[in-house]
Design a protein around this ligand. Structure first.
Ligand code: ZN
Length: 137
């Protein structure tokens, strides 16, 4: 399963990036995943959860943003976003095109740190008395 090795390199990449930007604890990883990347999103999410165990990133979430396929239509002379990766033709005029502009990428584009967790003693309840609180469900 090649998603497993992708997840591995993703974790390594994220640890390096976190170190470089001074993030002590990573809460979430944001990944762009193209429809033509050849990576199965669900498999990658699963692999990530496995691979991340026992690393400094344990507990971090992988948030995947799907990137649709974008092609250049030679007829319209315009970039078009395809609603489905296949067939690869312009959704406006129907011309076949092989000029893929986007959709092949797999890019870790952001990390979310968990610094705010260090703050405690945050008021979380405004209830005046406890019976009022417990009645709400
Ligand atoms: Zn077109």
């Amino acid at each position: 399963m090649h998603e497993l090795s992708i997840a591995h390199s993703l974790v390594e990449l994220a640890m390096e990036a976190a170190e470089n930007s001074g993030i002590k604890q990573v809460k979430a990883l944001y990944l762009k995943l193209g429809a033509l990347s050849g990576v199965v999103k669900e498999a990658l999410e699963f692999s990530f959860d496995v691979v991340v165990q026992g690393t400094p990133l344990e507990g971090a979430k992988l948030i995947i943003e799907d990137v649709p396929v974008k092609v250049f239509c030679p007829d319209c002379q315009e970039a078009r976003i395809l609603p489905e990766p296949f067939p690869m033709r312009c959704p406006v005029c129907g011309t076949k095109t092989g000029q893929v502009l986007a959709g092949r990428e797999m890019e870790l584009y952001a990390l979310e740190g968990g610094e705010e967790n260090a703050r405690d003693g945050v008021e979380s309840s405004n209830c005046r008395n406890s019976s009022e609180c417990s009645e709400e469900k």
